[in-house]
Each structure stands twice: as structure tokens, then as C-alpha cells.
Design a protein around this ligand. Structure first.
Ligand SMILES: Nc1ncnc2c1ncn2[C@@H]1O[C@H](COP(=O)(O)OP(=O)(O)OP(=O)(O)O)[C@@H](O)[C@H]1O
Length: 657
């Protein structure tokens, strides 16, 4: 996506509103000028003896009319402006969320928390300012420029030229100079602020470790030094802004003096009445108000560019999704849905709107994306667009319905590399996982286990080879946003949301009845604990979350998954950090509750692998040992050793003859 795509589409979707805002802005400036003009005339006329009362009475009425209309028009302009901008802003936030959400699996490796906070807080705000502080004021200033010069030209073309020169200083020369002087400072300021966000979030996430290492002071000093640097840039910008204001006011002074001189000359030449001298001079002030903000508006351009660049990086690829998204501008949020419903609704909308761009994004940073369909399961497409178009159409309702009943996963010669030209994270992997089969995947850190899970989940498309569910590529399910119907994941630290225990379980299936939630909790052997809580299933999680142990939290997540009713469950080291007894109990519950499902279980421990149909051992992206537990115990000395090492001493002692 190009950076302009965060701005340009809104021009076509809000053309009339934008035109209305500019028109009202210009009308406000004209009403203010007319107010000053009639006031100047009225004051002068009242000081002389008017020929008749109407000569004063009419200007009095006009002063009131312009005074009131200026305020009313200005108010309406603000109203329409803010309404439009808030609509755009809300759409931008939803859009950013939708771009980030499909990348949730990679979010930690691709973005820093500070970057995401910066994008959500600062960047979107800057984009909002592009319209409010830069585009609208600049267009109004240009329109006012044309009106002023045309009006003065009607009286005196030579003087109109002089005024054109003065105003050009304000709306062209000073902004250009300011942009030139401040360009690097503004950019630096934005980047330093982003760095501060990153540093702060990093420090907050690692606060415990800072304290343990006794180096809080180092961090605080470091942070304060960078903060002082930001303050220094802000000061230099503010100093420049003072000088610029001084210069601009100097130009305004020159305009006023020129206007007095010209009006006096016009009066001397009897071209205008004496009462119009003050009128012409006073009109300068409101008109200048339309021209003065331009410098400040243009000054901010480097900050916008930086924000646009960062937002554009979120979604490289998939540019046509943008205009589609914008057309749905008032999409999310207005339906007043509950938490769960909103998520489901968002997913459904996104499934329709964003799948092109999401698919393309999944493929975007790869050297090529593998694609398969029922005719050609090993088709490597170097063109990601083709990939998304073909895969998207593959996943029909019938296919998903069939996969929910029975999912046969086939991994055929699948390889994947994250970076072009880099090492393969998994290489020529072949696995057959018919419905109900249970596999344990073991291997050292970096062996490629998580990559394998991401391939099965369809979050990654293989660089070569194929990963299919019932013959359809897994990433096609993910691209069509239907993978959650087939595959669920239980990882090391599932997040418990700050809502009731029941809602946390309900996350598995929004439409689940209370009885189904209870049933899932029973299967996860959690019912006794929940019923002992003060408000049972309605107990808020922020309280219960603290009360729940690691094993119990995993059981909540297990209940969620049971509710999700997927035929395939990926277990990504769900027992890490639990004591051996809790680990065994949790594994027993899991295997019992998921007896009819396919399980792909990543584990560093060999405890419980006896219950698996196949154990595979990965190293450097390849499978180096595979078989049932019994086979490996018989044939592989290394496996035997690892198994013995991994068994708690107490169990070994009991088993010893
Ligand atoms: N997002 C990424 N970008 C680039 N390389 C990656 C990324 N994720 C993983 N890798 C690399 O791919 C290889 C396999 O990583 P993977 O996470 O699949 O291993 P793993 O066996 O799951 O490790 P662990 O047990 O530590 O989670 C590693 O060399 C890793 O550095």
C-alpha cells in the first residue's frame, strides 16, 4: 500500500463534505471581512452628519447580520469539519486494526509494542491533522487569496498586484522557508518521540528485570536524556515559530500601512468616499487570519510523511483493499454490538472486504507464495495477487462444513523461509495427519516447530510444497478467514480478558448457550472451581484472573477451545512453567477431552508422549526421527536417553525393578 492511500481515498468518499467545509471556511472569512468593512464604514459615517437615517441604519443591520452569520457559519463549519474528521478517524483506526489483526501471529516479531502504540496514538492523530490543520486551511487561504485580489483588482489593478505580492509572502514564501528550515527538525522530533514510545514500552514490559538488575537509575537517566533532546528540538521549533510569526506580523503591518496609503490616495482622487478608508483598512485583519495559519500548516508536512510511511509499512501489498474499505467507511462500531458480536461481525465484514489485501499481505514479504488448489497443489506463484485470487475462491461453505466434520491434514514436501535468501525454517517436511491422529513434535529451540504450526494454521503459505486440509491449502482457509472453524490453538499463555469467566470461555463460540459453557468447563475439569467463586461463571476475570493458577488458566483456555469445536487442535507447549504434577493432570484432561480430535502438540518434555500416535523429532527444520513412542524407544538410543532424562526421578524409582 502506498502512503497516499491513507489520505487520497477519503477525497472521493467525502468529496461533498470536504467541499462544504472549504465553502463554509471561505464564507466565515468573507462574513468576518464584511463585518469589519461595514463596522469601519458605520463608525466613519456616524462621525459625520449622515444625509438620512438610513445611511446609518442599514450599516447597523448589516453589522448585526454579518456578526451573527460569521459566528453561525463558523460554528457550522466546525461542526461539519469535526464530524467528517471523526468519521475518517474512526475509519482509519478500524482500518489499522484490521491490517494489524491478521498479522497477530507475527506481531511480536514484526512490530515493537511502542511502534503499535505510536501508530494508534500519534500517527492516526497526525493523519487527522493533515485535513484539519493543513489541507482545509490551505485551500481556504488560496480561495480567499483569489477573492481578495479579484475584489481589489476591481478597484485598482496595480494595488491588487502589490497586495498579491504581500499575501504571496504569507501563503507561499514564508511556508516554503519554514518547511525548508524545519524539515529535518520536525522529522527528527517525530522520530525521537517514536523512539521514546518504544523505549518506554520496552522498559515497562521489562520493568521487573530493570529492578532486579538494580539499574533503574541508568534507565531513568537515559530516558531523561532522550526526553531532554525532544524538548530541545521542540524549543528550537518554538523559537523559529516566534520569528516566523514576527515576520508574518511585519507583512501584515506593511499590508495595513499600504492599505491606509492606498485608501487615502483613492479618497484624494475622489475614487472612494472618506468613510471607506477605515472600512478598507479594517478588512485587512480578518482576511489575514485566513492567510497566517498556512505556514504552520505546511510546516507539519514532514511529520505527516513520517506517519504515512509507518502506516504504509503495516500493509505492504494489497492496495486495492483500501478503496473498498473506505467505501465502507461507517462500518464498524455503529451497530451497538456486544464485545463478542462486534468481533464476529468485524470478522464477517473483513472476510468480505479485506481478504484480497490480507492474502496479499501474507504473501507480500515472501520471495514467492505457494498456492494450491484441487487441481494443482504444488503450484508456486511468484505473483502474490494470483495466489490470493485463486486461494480465496477455493474455500466454499461446503468445504468448511466438511472440514469441520473431518479434517485430513497433508504436509507434502513443505518448506518455508522467512527472509528471501535466508535459511529454511522448515525444509521438505512431509506429514500425514488424518482426522483424529495425535502427533507430538519435539525439537530444540529454533528447530522449526512454531513455523510448522503456522503453516498448518495457514498463517504462512509454504515457500514450496503444500500444506492442505482435505486437499485445500491451509492458507486459503486463513485467507478467507475460515481457519478458526477448523483449527484452534492452545498456547503457552492464553490471554484472559477483563470480563466474566463465562465470557472468557464464550470467546470460543459466541453463540454458545450457558449450558454449553458449563459443559465445556466440566470437560476442562474447571466446573468445581468456577462454582466455588463468589459469582460463579459471572465472576469478573480481573479478580479471578489473579486467583487462577497457571494450570487453571490453561483449563479456561481449554474450555474455550472445546467450545470452538474444531476438529484440529494445535498445542503449543501449553504446559510450560507448570509443576510436573499439574502438567500431568492438565495433559490427562486435555487428551481425554480431545480424544476425537487431531492433535499436533509441540513439547519440550517427553512426559505424555506415550499417548501420541506419532512422535516426530525436528532439527534445523527437518524431521530427523519419527515413529510411535514404542518404536523410537526400541530403535533410537538418543530418544531413549532423552526420555529417561525427562522422566521425574520419583517415577523412575517406582518403575525400577
Ligand atoms: N518472524 C521470523 N522472521 C525471521 N525468522 C524467523 C521468524 N520466526 C522464526 N524465525 C526463524 O526460523 C527458525 C525456526 O523458528 P521456529 O520459531 O519455528 O522454531 P521453534 O522450534 O518453534 O523454536 P522455539 O522452540 O524456540 O519456539 C529459527 O531459525 C528462527 O530464528
Amino acid at each position: 500500500m502506498k502512503r497516499e492511500d491513507w489520505i487520497r481515498p477519503y477525497f472521493s468518499t467525502h468529496t461533498w463534505r470536504f467541499a462544504l467545509i472549504v465553502f463554509l471556511g471561505l464564507l466565515t472569512a468573507l462574513c468576518a471581512s464584511a463585518l469589519m468593512f461595514t463596522s469601519g464604514y458605520l463608525i466613519s459615517k456616524s462621525s459625520l452628519r449622515p444625509e438620512n437615517i438610513l445611511m446609518v441604519y442599514v450599516p447597523v443591520v448589516l453589522v448585526r447580520t454579518f456578526g451573527i452569520s460569521r459566528s453561525v457559519v463558523h460554528y457550522v463549519e466546525r461542526l461539519v469539519g469535526h464530524d467528517t474528521i471523526l468519521r475518517i478517524l474512526s475509519h482509519m483506526r478500524v482500518r489499522l486494526y484490521r491490517l494489524l489483526e491478521p498479522q497477530a501471529l507475527f506481531i511480536r516479531s514484526r512490530f515493537r509494542t511502542g511502534d503499535i502504540l505510536g501508530m494508534l496514538a500519534d500517527d492516526i492523530e497526525y493523519l487527522q491533522n493533515i485535513f484539519m490543520r493543513t489541507i482545509f486551511p490551505s485551500i481556504v487561504a488560496l480561495a480567499a487569496y483569489a477573492v481578495v485580489i479579484a475584489a481589489l483588482g476591481w478597484f485598482d489593478p496595480a494595488f491588487a498586484l502589490l497586495m498579491a505580492f504581500y499575501i504571496a509572502l504569507l501563503i507561499f514564501v514564508l511556508p516554503a522557508l519554514s518547511l525548508y528550515v524545519n524539515k529535518s527538525r520536525n522529522r527528527q522530533l517525530k522520530q525521537k518521540r517514536n523512539q521514546l514510545y518504544q523505549k518506554l514500552t520496552d522498559a515497562v514490559l521489562g520493568m521487573g528485570d530493570w529492578v532486579i538488575s538494580g539499574r533503574q537509575a541508568t534507565f531513568v537517566n537515559d530516558y531523561e536524556r532522550e526526553e531532554a533532546e525532544v524538548a530541545r528540538i521542540e524549543r528550537s521549533l518554538s523559537n523559529w515559530s516566534k520569528w516566523r510569526t514576527f515576520a508574518a506580523q511585519g507583512v501584515v503591518g506593511a499590508v495595513v500601512i499600504s492599505m491606509i496609503y492606498w485608501a487615502a490616495q483613492m479618497f484624494a482622487a475622489q475614487a472612494i468616499d472618506a468613510t471607506l478608508i477605515a472600512a478598507f483598512v479594517l478588512v485587512v485583519f480578518p482576511m489575514m487570519e485566513a492567510f497566517l495559519p498556512v505556514s504552520d500548516a505546511i510546516d507539519k508536512l514532514p511529520q505527516y510523511t513520517d506517519s504515512l510511511d509507518r502506516m504504509a509499512k503495516v500493509d505492504q501489498g494489497g492496495d486495492e483493499g483500501v478503496s473498498k474499505n473506505v467505501r465502507k467507511s461507517e462500518g464498524a462500531g455503529k451497530k451497538g454490538l456486544t464485545f463478542g458480536e462486534q468481533q464476529v461481525s468485524d470478522r464477517a465484514e473483513r472476510a468480505v472486504d479485506d481478504r484480497d489485501s490480507d492474502n496479499r499481505k501474507n504473501c507480500g514479504n515472501r520471495d514467492n507464495c505457494s498456492n494450491g488448489n484441487s487441481h494443482n497443489n504444488h503450484n508456486n506463484l511468484s505473483n502474490p495477487d494470483n495466489s490470493s485470487l485463486i486461494t480465496e475462491d477455493l474455500v466454499t461453505e461446503d468445504i468448511v462444513r466438511a472440514a469441520r466434520q473431518s479434517a485430513h491434514i497433508r504436509i507434502e514436501q513443505a518448506s518455508y523461509r522467512y527472509d528471501q535468501g535466508g535459511e529454511m525454517a522448515v525444509e521438505e517436511l512431509t506429514l500425514d495427519i488424518p482426522h483424529g491422529k495425535k502427533i507430538a513434535v519435539i525439537g530444540r529451540s529454533g528447530a522449526g516447530k512454531s513455523t510448522l504450526l503456522k503453516l498448518i494454521q495457514g498463517a504462512l503459505a509454504p515457500t514450496s510444497g503444500a500444506v492442505t486440509v482435505n486437499g485445500t491449502p491451509a492458507h486459503a482457509y486463513a485467507g478467507a478467514d475460515r481457519i478458526a472453524a477448523v483449527v484452534s490453538v492452545l498456547n503457552q499463555s492464553p490471554h484472559l480478558f477483563d470480563t466474566s469467566v463465562a465470557n472468557n470461555i464464550r470467546l470460543g463460540r459466541n453463540s454458545a448457550s450457558e449450558e454449553e459453557i458449563r459443559q465445556a468447563a466440566r470437560q476442562a475439569r474447571l466446573d468445581g472451581l468456577i462454582e466455588s467463586l463468589p459469582e460463579g461463571y459471572l465472576t469478573p476475570m480481573h479478580e479471578a484472573g489473579q486467583r487462577f493458577s497457571g494450570g487453571e488458566r490453561q483449563r479456561v483456555a481449554l474450555a474455550r477451545i472445546l467450545l470452538q469445536q474444531t476438529p484440529v487442535v494445535l498445542l503449543d507447549e501449553p504446559t510450560v512453567g507448570l509443576d510436573p504434577r499439574t502438567e500431568r493432570e492438565l495433559l490427562a484432561t486435555m487428551f481425554d477431552a480431545m480424544a476425537d480430535k487431531s492433535l499436533i502438540w509441540i513439547t519440550h518434555h517427553l512426559v505424555g508422549v506415550e499417548q501420541m500416535d506419532e512422535v516426530i523429532f525436528m532439527e534445523e527444520g527437518r524431521i530427523i526421527m519419527r515413529g510411535t513412542h514404542e518404536e523410537l524407544m526400541k530403535q533410537e538410543a538418543r530418544y531413549r536417553r532423552l526420555y529417561q532424562l525427562d522422566r521425574p526421578l520419583a517415577i523412575q524409582a517406582i518403575e525400577a525393578p
